[in-house]
Design a protein around this ligand. Structure first.
Ligand SMILES: [Zn+2]
Length: 313
């Protein structure tokens, strides 16, 4: 039998067989209920990817119903928003090998080195997945802000326009509650980030921002922190336990803000829309759907409770 070269096996991906994780595991774990209480707000949430899928679907069906303006002559009404959402929801695994650049081959001959390298691969894979998904959600968020803002605050950068637009947003209770939960979770997960943490402290204490405006500011600060290269490098066991979960908490906060932005732009909030662009099964008033779609459907489809007044038909 021809001797097998380990490096060749690795390049062919055979050595990754048997991985005990997928890169998007943290997107599930961070939103897992650990209390078991029947009214737990975390347990009521849709899974993360389903949330993105539901949001993309409702934006499209709002377009089909003619209650948001088509901005391009393409199939989807707001493709600058919906396409990044498709990309964010599409990622189901990523494999990253930081040792591609390492010529030492230490991991091929030493068990301890191999285990350390595998841990780094896992951290790096999860980090790249989280960063990539966050980036696509951010693209959708910026596109939603630009769409809804129109000519308002045109001299400001898009994330600042978002804060100003959302400052006076009158959002329904389920949206405000979810926004607050992801905002507080995101804040907590940014503890220990130095300058970012200091600036986050000022959102409420110095600038007096609240609710959606505070969330928009957290999103802006975190995104700047990431794109300016201030986030720690995910290697050699240096990644803190909150480094990956915060991408998902803040991405989810942005999804809720997109829901609110679309609500603000509805031409007829009470119009009945399908919940899926393809299936003609469930329909709800557009405003009701956008206020709840982050929640599992049994919490709101064909129901009228939890503090959000159901519009008259
Ligand atoms: Zn719980």
């Amino acid at each position: 039998m021809q001797s097998m070269n380990l490096e060749e096996m690795f390049e062919r991906g055979e050595i990754t067989v048997g991985r005990k994780y997928t890169a998007i595991d943290p997107a599930v774990k961070v939103f897992e209920c650990t209390c078991g209480k029947p009214d737990c707000p975390i347990a009521a949430l849709r899974p993360f990817r389903d949330h993105i899928k539901a949001l993309r679907g409702v934006i499209i069906t709002c377009g089909q119903a003619g209650i948001i303006p088509y901005v391009e002559s393409v199939q989807d009404p707001w493709s600058a928003i919906t396409y990044p959402l498709v990309m964010a929801a599409s990622i189901d695994d990523v494999f990253v090998d930081p040792y591609f650049v390492d010529d030492s081959d230490a991991g091929l001959w030493c068990d301890a080195a191999w285990e350390a390298e595998e841990a780094d691969r896992e951290d790096a894979s999860k980090y790249v997945a989280a960063l990539t998904i966050f980036n696509f959600v951010w693209l959708a968020y910026e596109a939603a802000v630009a769409q809804v803002a129109g000519d308002r605050f045109a001299k400001d950068k898009v994330p600042v326009r978002a804060r100003k637009i959302l400052q006076d947003a009158e959002s329904p209770a389920p949206l405000r509650k979810a926004c607050r939960m992801f905002y507080l979770g995101g804040r907590r997960l940014c503890t220990g980030t130095g300058r970012l943490e200091e600036r986050i402290e000022e959102i409420e204490s110095r600038f007096g921002l609240r609710d959606e405006a505070a969330a928009a500011e957290l999103g802006r600060l975190f995104r700047n922190h990431v794109v300016h290269g201030d986030d720690p490098i995910p290697a050699h066991g240096l990644l803190s336990s909150s480094a990956i979960p915060r991408f998902y908490a803040i991405a989810r906060m942005l999804l809720v803000l997109i829901q609110q932005l679309v609500r603000m732009h509805l031409l007829d909030p009470r119009a009945q829309i399908n919940l899926s662009p393809m299936l003609d099964e469930e329909s709800e008033p557009a405003d009701w759907a956008l206020a709840h779609l982050h929640l599992k459907e049994d919490h709101w489809v064909r129901r009228a409770d939890d503090g959000c007044e159901r519009p008259e038909d």
